[in-house]
Design a binder for this molecule. Structure first.
Ligand code: TTP
Ligand code: MG
Length: 360
C-alpha cells in the first residue's frame, strides 16, 4: 500500500519567533544572525523574515552585506535557547499526530500518517489541523508538504512558503518533479549541481531521463540514488533518528602554524561551528575533546567531561582552549579539531540568567 508522508518546516523560524516575542517587529524586515551589531558586525545571517527576503537577504550571507541591501532592517542576535524551547514544544505537538515521527532539524520533521488517514483528502484535513494547532499554541506559521515518499514531501513543503500546504498525490509525482531544478533535491548541493549542469542536466526531468549507468560512473552509488529520487522513488522510512554519538569539526591549516593568535581564533571558529551543529540537531553535550595534529603528523587528543549537560558555546570555547593550550607553544600545528560527545536529546527551561537542561 502507498504510504502518506507529511513534512513540516517552520517559516523563517528564528525570525518568526522574534516577531512573535515582539509584535512591534511584525511586518518588518528582521535579520537574525551572529554578531549583528546593528548590521555592522562580522557575523553571518542565520535567517531573516520574508519581508527582509524581498531585499535579497538570505541565510549564510554576511551581516554587512545584508545591511547594505536593507539598512532599515532590524538586526537581532541569535537567541538559541528560546528557539530550542519553542522547537521542543512544536515537536511535541507534531509527535501526537503520527505513529512514526522523525525530527530532522530544529524546525523540520517528517510524519508517516499512513495509519492515521484513509486518503489524501483526509491527509489535507490532518495537515490543516496541525497548522491550526501550531498557530493556536505558538502563534507561528509553518509549511507542509504531503506525498507518498519523504524526498517529495520535503520538496513539497518548500514549494509554497510561507504558510503553504502542497499535496502531491502518487500519480502526480513525476509531473511535479519534472520541471524543478536539480538543486531542489535534498542531497544535491552546489557542487553536484555544477557537475550536473555541466552535463546539460538542469531539471529533475532531465536527470530522470539520463542514463543511470553514466551517473553511477560519475557519482558512484549516489548517482543511482539521485536517479531514483528524480523519479520520485524513495524507500526510506520515517524513523526516530538513531542516536548520534558525537559531533565534531576539524580545521587543517593551509600552512602549519605556531602563532597562538591564529590558533585560538581557529579554535573559536571550530567551537562556533560544532556548537551550531549541536544545537541544530537538538542535542546537549557532556564531554568536550580536542584533537591536535602537529606538523610531523603526531596526533594528540585530550578530553574533559563536565558533569552536566550543556549547549553553551562559551563552555566549548573555554574547555577546548584549556585542553589544547599545552600544544600552543614551540611546535607547529597542522590540524585542530573539537568533538562533543556524551550527547543527550534535550528539552530546555529558560530562566532569567541561564538555562537548565532536562534530559528526555
Ligand atoms: P530553514 O528552515 O532552512 O529556514 P527558515 O525556517 O528560517 O526559513 P524557511 O521559511 O525558508 O524555512 O532553517 C531553520 C532555522 O535554522 C532558521 O530559522 C535559522 C537556522 N539556520 C541557520 O542558523 N543557518 C542557516 O544557514 C540556515 C539555512 C538555517
Ligand atoms: Mg524553516
Amino acid at each position: 500500500m502507498d504510504r502518506i508522508i507529511l513534512h513540516m518546516d517552520m517559516d523563517s523560524f528564528y525570525a518568526s519567533v522574534e516577531q512573535r516575542e515582539n509584535p512591534g517587529l511584525t511586518g518588518l524586515a528582521v535579520v537574525v544572525g551572529s554578531d549583528p551589531k546593528k548590521g555592522k558586525g562580522r557575523g553571518v545571517v542565520s535567517t531573516c523574515s520574508y519581508e527582509a527576503r524581498n531585499f535579497g537577504i538570505h541565510s549564510g550571507m554576511p551581516i554587512s552585506r545584508a545591511y547594505r541591501l536593507c539598512q532599515d532592517a532590524v538586526f537581532l542576535p541569535v537567541n538559541m535557547s528560546l528557539y530550542q524551547e519553542v522547537s521542543c514544544r512544536i515537536m511535541e505537538i507534531l509527535r501526537s499526530y503520527a505513529d512514526k515521527f522523525q525530527q530532522v532539524s530544529v524546525d523540520e520533521a517528517f510524519l508517516d500518517i499512513s495509519d492515521r488517514v484513509q486518503d489524501y483528502k483526509e491527509a489535507v484535513q490532518l495537515a490543516e489541523q496541525i497548522k491550526s494547532m501550531i498557530m493556536y499554541k505558538e502563534k507561528l506559521t509553518c509549511s507542509i508538504g504531503i506525498a507518498p515518499v519523504k524526498s517529495v514531501a520535503k520538496i513539497a513543503s518548500d514549494f509554497n512558503k510561507p504558510d503553504g500546504l502542497t499535496v502531491v498525490e502518487p500519480d502526480k509525482v513525476v509531473g511535479f518533479l519534472e520541471p524543478l531544478k536539480v538543486r531542489k533535491l535534498s542531497g544535491i548541493g552546489r557542487k553536484n549541481e555544477k557537475i550536473l549542469t555541466g552535463m546539460g542536466i538542469n531539471t529533475l526531468g532531465q536527470l530522470a531521463c539520463f542514463d543511470e549507468n553514466k551517473l553511477i560512473e560519475i557519482f558512484g552509488k549516489w548517482g543511482s540514488e539521485m536517479h531514483s529520487l528524480s523519479l520520485g522513488q524513495d524507500e526510506s522510512e520515517v524513523e526516530e533518528s538513531s542516536k548520534i554519538r558525537s559531533i565534531s569539526r576539524e580545521h587543517t591549516f593551509e600552512e602549519d602554524t605556531d602563532d597562538p593568535v591564529i590558533l585560538i581564533k581557529t579554535l573559536d571558529m571550530i567551537a562556533e561551528k560544532v556548537c551550531r551543529s549541536l544545537v541544530h540537531k537538538g542535542y546537549s553535550f557532556g564531554t568536550v575533546s580536542v584533537k591536535v595534529r602537529l606538523e610531523d603528523f603526531t596526533t594528540f587528543t585530550r578530553a574533559k567531561t563536565l558533569g552536566f549537560s550543556s549547549q553553551d558555546r562559551d563552555i566549548i570555547k573555554r574547555v577546548s582552549k584549556e585542553l589544547s593550550s599545552e600544544f600552543f607553544y614551540g611546535r607547529k600545528i597542522r590540524l585542530l579539531g573539537i568533538r562533543l560527545s556524551n550527547l543527550n536529546k534535550s528539552k530546555m527551561i529558560q530562566t532569567t540568567f541561564d538555562y537548565f537542561l532536562i534530559t528526555t
